[in-house]
Design a protein around this ligand. Structure first.
Ligand SMILES: C[S@@+](CC[C@H](N)C(=O)[O-])C[C@H]1O[C@@H](n2cnc3c(N)ncnc32)[C@H](O)[C@@H]1O
Length: 193
């Protein structure tokens, strides 16, 4: 069976994130990605998570406690546009995930926005390890969503193919703007030839 976008994003994480890695959850929300990442990196790794909603950070902290994964998770109640400032020096990231849009069951007016999403992507891509993925699950079915989707797609399409491979995965015959995955694999560092 073909996987839904979120399931596919999780399959990609499972096949690329390893124990000991430092990884980023750029949109913590209810913590589903944080929990998966924490189990993949293990006690020797680190998940650094960001969300602008205090409620999301609190919920996810509780989930980490209940699942025994707190030791390897650090959560920040701050926008992901500053995420690079929280990555320890000389650390290459083993994975980065974003779920764009709003937090289901919460205030739908609090969504990710093109300007801050792009700022964050641009700051984090240079920190990604060669061979690792930045994954974006793009939900565009909200007022700001179309603008964000188009801006992110435009940015990703124009990444240098020698440095990055970009995959788009999603269903093209479903109604109501189904989410899709953008997976950006770093092929080489900008400075190396
Ligand atoms: C689709 S939800 C994330 C779902 C989450 N990955 C999960 O597993 O439940 C999007 C989240 O992005 C958060 N968000 C919005 N703008 C943000 C920003 N600039 N930085 C970090 N998080 C942001 C929202 O508060 C919301 O919780």
């Amino acid at each position: 069976m073909l996987e839904k976008a979120v399931d596919y994003s999780h399959s990609l994480l499972k096949s690329t994130v390893s124990p000991g890695d430092t990884v980023i959850d750029a949109t913590v929300g209810k913590g589903n990605d944080t929990i998966l990442l924490a189990s993949l990196v293990g006690k020797s790794g680190r998940v650094i998570g960001f969300d602008v909603q205090e409620k999301a950070i609190r919920l996810t902290r509780e989930k980490c406690l209940l699942t025994g994964l707190s030791d390897q998770v650090t959560l920040h109640h701050i926008g992901h546009e500053k995420a690079d400032e929280f990555v320890p020096a000389n650390t290459e990231l083993g994975g980065i995930i974003y779920n764009l849009g709003y937090l289901p069951g919460s205030d739908k007016s609090i969504t990710t926005l093109l300007e801050s999403t792009l700022a964050s992507i641009k700051r984090l891509l240079p920190l990604l390890r060669v061979g690792s993925l930045m994954i974006l699950v793009v939900y565009s079915g909200h007022p700001e969503g179309e603008t964000e989707k188009n801006g992110v797609l435009n940015f990703a399409k124009n990444l240098d193919q020698n440095e990055f491979s970009v995959l788009q995965y999603g269903f093209i015959n479903q109604q109501n703007n189904p989410p899709f995955v953008l997976a950006i694999e770093k092929r080489k560092n900008a400075s190396s030839s």
